[in-house]
Design a protein around this ligand. Structure first.
Ligand code: SF4
Length: 77
């Protein structure tokens, strides 16, 4: 891959299910309010992070290419 992704969690949408931590335990943290945060705002493109974004029940996780701003996830309708 070789891309860099910006990883964002919309905290107005996150319901604290913890699914993203199951998929990518090194990449997300739950705070005391059970809101998910990326462990780092940018990351190398990573299948675990993509799986976390795909597995989020409310699509709270957005992945964007740092270089171009192109959205990696969620896919455009
Ligand atoms: S999977 Fe989605 S809803 Fe669940 S904690 Fe992670 S970001 Fe929040």
């Amino acid at each position: 891959m070789g891309d860099r992704w910006q990883v964002e969690v919309d905290r107005g949408v996150c319901i604290g299910s913890g699914m993203c931590l199951n998929h990518a335990p090194q990449r997300f943290r739950l705070d005391t309010a059970r809101q998910s945060h990326p462990a780092a705002p940018e990351s190398d493109a990573d299948e675990q992070i993509l799986a976390a974004a795909e597995g989020c029940p409310v699509e709270a996780i957005t992945l964007t290419l740092v270089a171009s701003g192109e959205v990696v996830f969620p896919p455009e309708e």
